[in-house]
Design a protein around this ligand. Sequence first.
Ligand SMILES: [Zn+2]
Length: 303
Amino acid sequence: MARAHLTQHYEQLLGLEPPWRIQEVDLDHDATEVRIRIALTTRGRLRCPVCQALCGRHDHRTRRWRHLDTMQYTTILEAEVPRVRCQEHGVHQIEVSWAEENSRYTALFEALVIGWLHETSTLAVARQLRLSWDQVAGIQARAVRRGLARRVRRSPTAIGVDETSFQKRHEYVTVVNDLDEGVVLHVADNRRQEVLESYFEDLGPKGCAALENIAMDKVYRLLGRPIAMGYQGCNFTYGDTKTPVPIHTYASLAKQVVDRWYKSPGHKKNLLNPKFRRLGSGVGIDPNGPACGDFYLTQNFAD
Ligand SMILES: [Zn+2]
């Protein structure tokens, strides 16, 4: 096959569009590798990846990406990728259509890895695609970030915070789940306290106020205090009976309190007294109490 035809075929297979063109296709039989050199055919100004403004060139970097194998040959794309200097955003590498900014794999290769990860273990994927465990984990982490970036921002009312370690390695990630919807809201690289705080910061004061229930492991602290949820309930106890308050949300706690009032003969008498037409109720929370804090309730009746 003529060389021109070969590069044209590879351009079509890669979906390359101007101003990118294939310069050279090299076959290294000893290394069982196909190397495809891609070059930019324009000398003009290029777009800042952040704001898309046309900018002057700063320099360029040689980049290599692993692509889908050609037959049994490892296939590598190579290009000199320019960096532009944007007046507003500084120096940035321009976007290329076949890969994410910091990846050493093309988007199609990453999609292949993710596809296989749905079918089998990280170890098996790494072995079959000749990758290291860390390389597979990196591709997976980028896919999770893309998924999180696409998600629609919502204010959850119940979240679960959990830590997960990768197999036997002592590396942890913190995962925040929406307990009602069963979807992942946030993933961060370790289990340090800052991770959770950054999520709450992200959520903003309005989002935090909408949270009614937080389930989490005791390594995390909320507003500087450890949250100790046991199976029996939190550390609240009822003042009169000293029995633990069952697991609650703010809404269910209010309902439990009203139920207790109803079951208390003195309260019930007042609640059912037709002479009383107005009811006032107040709640105070002392955040310095243990676990969720101490709370005080009062009820007043008037005719
Ligand atoms: Zn810019």
